[in-house]
Design a protein around this ligand. Structure first.
Ligand code: AMP
Ligand code: MG
Length: 424
């Protein structure tokens, strides 16, 4: 089991911890270690619920009222009073409609016409739906007596006053926002937006719109990671692109660490001559690991500069997105205060093709989950190259293969993780 340890102590005394290997960290250990070091940044702000989609609740929400806040009818029909004796004919004394503020009372043998949501009059034994009633002028007749309280939604049965209805750390989806509104809560206290600084590195990286010379590539990571960040409702601090110069990378990292909660870079963490990110980070901060035993995404760094967390993503566009989803996203969720976040589950389906794999690294291959008759099956994407972004655009799931796994034949079962979700 891992002991609670600070990152700087871990890095200083790493020899004493057997399972720690910054040169080839396995996926699960990396996630566990990171989870130890990322605590929610506890700053709050109060915002209107209209603007709260995708934000994280800072404190528990207690209901100040009962839902429903009055006994009401769950049917269109008649409220009847048979409290004194078994009767089948009732005098209709009037009509009530949802939203009416009148207070009716019915006595034994009386009925009130009532709509769904209408306030149950005093003296009601039960509500009978309109379909079970014969109507004669001002009288109604029923064949069988309902049980007491049938078709009555009692006060406080959904939510009672004082009950905690949403816990701190909850991610606000449309349903949560509706629930808050249903309780009359118009303003809500949420975690402040996380400040994330991002820059791409690489002398060969060119901004979109400029002409591309031989040997240059457009900065796609800036846009794909930028879009990922946008979907997370954070505050992005833009450092654009930093050239492969050690001093430049250092200056930018120091500046970013002064203003951001988290820094994300892409490129420059492998072992090439121009890969300075790791080197600079070990001078001005601490690095937990710089290589992960996964594919794609082997060069991936996590560390800290003072209080600011740091992720160095691989430069390869697919690796950058895959490591973001698999490693960075859960860490961001934690920092944002969304402590009950769980990554989408994996489940087993039949592979509709052969999947090439060598044992040794965990892989997140890309696949297309499709329905065939009543079964879901996965079509592995053929070109799994880590620079081939279309392997991402043509897929809707990851095929998750553990590190010992070898090649998989067509028809074998594999774990898949669907990339989309119905609400968030
Ligand atoms: P690096 O991790 O810096 O060695 O980069 C690995 C590969 O990814 C190289 O082929 C780079 O040209 C490419 N790459 C690095 N950064 C980006 C970027 N921001 N957008 C597109 N490709 C990139
Ligand atoms: Mg580079």
């Amino acid at each position: 089991m891992m002991k609670k340890i600070s990152l700087s102590n871990l890095v200083k005394n790493s020899g004493s911890i057997d399972e720690y290997d910054p040169n080839s960290m396995d996926f699960h250990s990396a996630k566990k270690w990171i989870a130890q070091f990322v605590e929610p940044i506890r700053k709050k702000e109060v915002i209107r619920i209209d603007n709260s989609l995708g934000r994280i609740l800072f404190a528990d929400i207690k209901s100040e009222s009962n839902v429903p806040n009055y006994d009401n009818s769950s049917m269109d029909g008649y409220a009847i009073n048979f409290s004194q004796k078994e009767i089948y004919n009732f005098n209709v004394i009037g009509s009530d409609f949802a939203g009416s503020l009148k207070n009716f009372e019915i006595k034994n043998g009386e009925a009130l016409e009532i709509m769904t949501g209408g306030k149950i009059p005093k003296g009601t034994s039960a509500v009978v739906p309109i379909e079970l009633v014969n109507i004669y002028k001002n009288t109604i007749q029923i064949k069988t007596l309902p049980k007491y309280n049938t078709n009555i939604r009692k006060i406080g049965t959904d939510i009672h006053k004082g009950q905690i209805i949403l816990n701190a750390g909850k991610y606000l989806r449309p349903a949560e926002i509706g629930l808050l509104a249903s309780l009359g809560v118009g303003n809500v206290s949420v975690f402040k937006k996380l400040k994330i600084a991002y820059f791409s590195t690489g002398d060969e990286i060119i901004e979109v719109g400029k002409p591309l010379k031989l040997g240059q590539v457009y900065d796609s990571n800036y846009y794909s990671i930028g879009a990922l960040l946008k979907s997370l409702h954070i505050e992005k601090i833009d450092f654009r692109n930093v050239p492969d110069k050690k001093e430049k990378i250092k200056q930018n990292l120091i500046k970013a660490a002064q203003i951001a909660d988290l820094i994300i870079t892409s490129g420059g963490v492998s072992v090439g001559k121009a890969d300075f990110v790791k080197e600079v980070l070990s001078e001005i901060g601490e690095i937990l690991f710089w290589k992960l035993a996964i594919k794609p995404g082997r060069p991936l760094a996590y560390g800290k500069i003072n209080h600011t967390h740091f992720f160095g993503l691989p430069g390869n566009p697919v690796s950058a997105i895959v490591t973001f989803y698999q490693i960075v996203l859960p860490a961001i969720k934690n920092l944002m205060g969304n402590t009950n976040y769980h990554p989408p589950p994996t489940f087993k389906v039949k592979s509709n093709g052969r999947i090439l794999k060598k044992p040794g690294r965990m892989e997140f291959q890309r696949g297309m989950l499709i329905q065939e008759k009543n079964d879901w099956i996965v079509n592995p994407i053929l070109n799994q190259g880590s620079g081939n972004l279309s392997s991402m655009t043509e897929s809707n799931c990851f095929i998750v293969l553990n590190s010992e796994q070898g090649t998989i034949d067509k028809g074998e079962m594999v774990d898949v993780q669907y990339m989309g979700g119905i609400v968030d």
